[in-house]
Structures are given as structure tokens and as C-alpha cells.
Design a protein around this ligand. Sequence first.
Ligand code: BGC
Length: 812
Amino acid sequence: MKFGYFDDEAREYVITEPKTPYPWINYLGNEEFFGLVSNTAGGYCFYKDAKFRRLTRYRFNNVPMDVGGRYYYIKDGDTVWNPGWKPTQTDLDKYECRHGLSYSKFIGEKDGVSSELTCFVPKGTNAEVHKLAIENVSDVQKSLKLFSFIEWCLWNGMSDMENFQRNLSCGEVEIEDSVIYHKTEYKERRDHFAFFSVNAPINGFDTDRENFIGLYNGFENPQVVEAGMPRNSVAHGWSPIASHYIEVDLAPGEKRELVFILGYIENAQEEKWESKGVINKTKAKAMIANFDTTEKVDAALAEIATDWKRLLGVYQVSTGDEKIDRMVNIWNPYQCMVTFNMSRSASFFESGIGRGMGFRDSNQDLIGFVHQVPERARQRIIDIASTQFEDGSAYHQYQPLTKRGNADIGGDFNDDPLWLILSVSAYIKETGDWSILDESVPYDNDASKATDLFGHLTRSFNFTVNNLGPHGLPLIGRADWNDCLNLNCFSSDPNESFQTTNNKMGRTAESLMIAGQFVLYGREYVELCKRRGVDTAEAEKQIDAMIEAVKNYGWDGDWFLRAYDYYGKPVGSKENEEAQIFIESQGFCTMAEIGKEEGLCEKALDSVAERLACEHGIVLNNPAFTKYVIEYGEISTYPAGYKENAGIFCHNNPWVIIGETKLGRGDKALDYWKRIAPAFREEKSELHKMEPYVYSQMIAGKDAFKPGEAKNSWLTGTAAWNWAAISQDILGIKPGYDGLIIDPCVPKDWNKYKVTREYRGAIYNITIKNPSGVCKGVSSLAVNGEPVQGNVVPIQAADSVNEVDVVLGGKS
Ligand code: BGC
């Protein structure tokens, strides 16, 4: 069952039924100001950091869920309705939510009045702009009463939810003309305030929640709206809000457009005040003036569309399959940009309070957006590397506002350092900017401790070398990529966090996933060394030793082991009662092609197909844990089939997909991808539950109560990894150090497809033909009619447009 449809032309997902199986959301903003907006206009916004600079209040875990947002109440006689259906939930004659690229539109129609609310964050602006058009489409005069509404958060998303003995006495506002200013804590340590404006005279306002809503009413029936009369309340403590009241009289066919701005302003200390107790509003007024007409608003919206056209233009495919094309051309890169902006901090599953930017997460996310915003990717790499410790290890997370490591969240995840090699090499392959390796980058944000970035990579590589266990395999530390495989935790106290408890920091538990990662990214490191003229003999020796260790101690007969536990016993082995096979080591060891010649990769992936794959994707482990295993930690706490316990953790499925492409099995690779790609799951939205336009972190696995039900959409490494898998490894257009590598691995029955790729300033129109029905192997390559040996398209002059003809042949 579907709840809407893709409008590929407009690059929108159009939701036509407000009661989606879960709030289906979108993100506004791409720079420093962001909004989360659901299909019924719920959500909140913040400046840079959803914890420390939250403008509007949002109650997660509310009943019913998703109340609170940017609400416009239209009162037409006794009927009150909202363009986005909520919160009144008045039946609409027409409802549409169009989630587009960095904007959302709500189209509502009721009793001859139609409304269109467009929300977005203009470029270079720390504000949400809401354009509201109201039209009388009836043949009678309409006298409408319009009430806007937002609720202020007292800035700190965390204390706003708990410190009521203080909060309820702090709130302060100012009202001037049609603008409501929120200035809680401004008089002391804050140098920022927020405002909510409208570009028209108002007939009244409210700024105190109790006055507006009423203590015994809800968002769905505010007493002021019911009465049709504002109270002009001024908040003193309690809960400040902002609501404008505007009388809108419309003749038949008449339309009125209003522009509301929900903005954030910072003032320098010496410029904070206009007069005693009155905030300096100069910057706010300038911002309001930038959008005081609908023409200006439309121009700002068009600017965003132009940007997206350019960004998405970097990679466009035409396969003839609309679902593949819309994932690759629109939604997957869009989601990658959102993960770049948010990491794992703010979604409808991440409260914006708990997590900042993950070291491993942000490095992996980078492979999904580096082709879109290489300059910002460069800065991101420097920011991440600046939090690294001198021994190569890392804070697991850092706060976006301060860019400093956050020790509260735990550390000692021994996979963390190696992801830096992935991101840096991906950046150089995309841009050719080798100078990044020479950048001076601090350790732990301490400038007195700095080396060049290349030195950071050396320490990342050596961190594994210096932390090997009894089998010569990498020590896992607290956990590796799988946060929940806590082999040194041994927690029996429900009040402890698996992510921070330190019970048994032993030097026995080893990870086969990190082993594969070390071989894969170690080779990448060696390549960088060679190109810098750095001797690689020692590094190569270490990689070879790791390959041997995996073959000798990491092979279970039909698949790669997952780990060795604290007691030196194998994890992910036939010997185990539960969880005999895991996905991560199969993915990483096959991506690294360990034992490929001896047939290990093929065997491992055949075992994946047999034991882990199901119709909704590939589960993480099998059989699922049904008992808590103290020496394995959090992984065994989840009910079977969910999350890291045999859920389909979509982040790691592409590792297997890429592994399949290394074996040349294109049919299998695409088949796996389609099982989890959201556009392919749209028809079963009632089961899948999450948005059909973005990946979810997890789909319940075959052992779950409800296989196929997804959770945790948007902020997941799934976006970046699937982008890599489909665009580079299946469709086969891969940036390399010396040019674009063409190495498709597609289903045998594909006979032709085209990719346009913008790369290092030139355009490549690539046509791939497959006359003999193979999966993989380039048999001929021509650039602008000239044959080229091998499968690398040499870098062409900037601004040139090049025709690339590829014929697949070789072995199928
Ligand atoms: C985290 C990742 C982790 C994954 C698997 C996600 O929630 O953000 O860092 O690799 O879970 O445990």
C-alpha cells in the first residue's frame, strides 16, 4: 500500500494521505540553520546544534506522537483547519505534502479555501521562511481568521525538558510591530535571540502558551483559536510561544500571500542592546527585509533548486528502471547530504541531544557527499582528524558546535581510526587535491600537538599494528563498527551503559571485521605512501601478516569468523550455539578479497546467501540471540530480529553487495540492493512504515516478530554506503587517483545504460553497452572516439565535455 507517489520531474515525494504509518519527514537547510519537518508540519528547528541552540520545542515520545511544529490555524466560521492537517486533524477536501529537496510544501483545501504553505531555509540565512498562500476558491466572500503558532524552546534542548524549577521562571519576549522576539537568557550570558515575524500588519498576538492554548486544551483546539480572538498575552516565565493573529478577508478568487520568518540572530556583546532591556534588532530587521515580498521568497527558493540541480548533476544515470534512477539521481544523494549535515544527531529517532558527530560515522558519510561538496568535505576531514588522539585512537564523537571530542559518550572503538583513511583517500580520488595531506592538523584539538594530515593516517594505520591480539588479529577494544558487540564489557547492572562501562579492558578479544578493514584501508594507505615517496615495506609486511592471520585463524570452514571473545573463544562460528555467522566480517574480508584465489570469498558469500539473506535484506547474524550472553554485551540484549541482533542493519548490506561485485556476480549484487532500497519498498509502505524515499538504519529481520518493518530512517551510514555500492560498484563509475575508473558489475540481461558524471571540472557522458550479456569486465573503452587501454578514463581538460564509450565483454 502506498501513501503517495514520487514526482521525479519535480524531485518531490508527494504524500496524499496525512495518516502515514509514521511521520514522514524532511530536512530544511544545508548550511548552519536546520529544520526537521514532518508531513503534517510537525518538528523543530535549530542553529548548528540541536542540543545547544534549539529554537523551537519538540516533544519526542509524546502521545499522540508528532505534535508541535509550525502551525497555521485557519478559522472559517466555526471550522478550524490547518494546511498540513495537524494539529486540528480537520478532514480536508484536499491534502498534499510535497517533500522536495530542502523544502516542504503543504497544500490543504477546505470549504472553498485553499492554502499552500512552503517551508525552507534560504541560503546564507539562519531562518526558516514560511510562505503561506490562502486563496478563496469559492464563489462567496470569506472572512477568515488566521493564527500562526510556534512554541519556543529555552535554547538547551536537554535542560528545556527537565529543569522546570528554573525554566518556568525564565522566559522573556518582546513584541514590536508584527514581530515576536524570544529573548530568554539574553540579558546575561546569551548573545543570541530568536524571532517570528510576518510581513503584514497583525490584528493581535499571543506569546504565552497558557493564554493561547489554555491549560486544559491541546494544540488541536487552542482556546484563543476557538474563541476567534487573541489575548495579546505577554509571556513572563512559564512557556513562551509566538502567535500572530491576522484577519484575512478574501473576495471570490482572491488570494493573499504572507511571509513568516522564524529566525536566529547573534549580536556582539557590545551591540546587544538598543536601550536598557530592549534588544538590538538591527540584524533581525535586515533579515526580515530580505524576504519581505513573495518575489524575494520565490527567488530564494529558486536559488535552492538551482543548487540542487547542480549538485545532483554530478552523477545522473539512465538505466530505464525508474526506481533505480530516482534513487541514484535524486534521493540517495539527497539523504547523503542530510547525513553530512546531521551525522547522527537530529532526526525523529535521534533526539538531537544524545549524539554529536560520530568519528566513524562522519568518515563513512563522507563517501556519500564528497562528489557534491568537495570543499566542505575537506573541512570535515580536518575537523574530524583534529579530534584524533596522538596514539591514533579517537573520541567516538564530537560536538558540532565546539568541534571538540566528547568523552561522555565513550571511546575505545578500535575500528574508528581506520575510517579516516577511507575518507581521506575518497576525497583525494574525487578532487585530486593532494595538498590536504600536508595540512597541519592538531591532535585532540591541541594546536601544540600537530602533524600533517598524512601523519594522522600513519597513526591510524599504526594504531591497529600496535593493538594486535593473540592471533595477530586486531584487538576489538570496546567494540568495532558494531557498537553492540561489546566483548570487553561484561555488564550485569541494568543501570550501566554498554557504551561507557569499562569492566574488562583485556587484550584478548579480536575482530575479524577490523582485520578486513585493515587490509582494505591499509592497501589504500600504502598507495598514498607510494605516491608520496614514503617507504612501504613495513606497512606491506603488516598487511600480508594480517591476511595470513585471517586465513589461519579467521576462517570457520564456510565463512569468516566474526571475532574472538575475551576468553579467546570464536564468535560467529559453527561451534557457537547461536549467532554462528555474522555479516560484517563476510563483507569486509570479501571487499578486501582475502583468500579470493582459494575460493574463500565465494564460499563466504554463498553462506551469506544461504544463512543471512531474506526477502527484506541481509540480516546481521544467524541464528539470532535468544539469550543474554554477558561476554558479548548489548548485541544479545535486543529481541531476535531487531537492531544488531539479526536485524537487517542496512548499513552493512552494501559491504556484501560490494563483495559480490568483486566476484563479478552482478545479478546478486543488484538483487540485494533492491531488497533494501526504499523506492523498491514503496508498495509495501504499510509494512515498511518509514519514508519510501530514504534508507532506514534497520529493517526487522527474518527472526523478528514483524519481518520487513523498518525503523530509524534518515541518519544512517546506509545512505553513503549504498551510494558507493550502486554508483561505483554496480553501475561502475568510480573516481580513482588517475582518472575515472569504469568497472561495472551489472545483471547479465542489462544491455545498455548511460551515466553522466562531472569529475574534476569536466563532464563525461558515458555509454555502457553489454552486447554479450556479461556481468563484469570492460572489453573496450574509447574516449571521444579514441581507444583507451585498460578501464581508466584519463582526466580531461576542465570544462570539456567528453563522450565515453564502454563495451562490456570478458568473462560473465
Ligand atoms: C552507529 C554506528 C554503528 C552502528 C552499528 C549506529 O547506530 O551510529 O556508528 O556503527 O550503529 O552498531
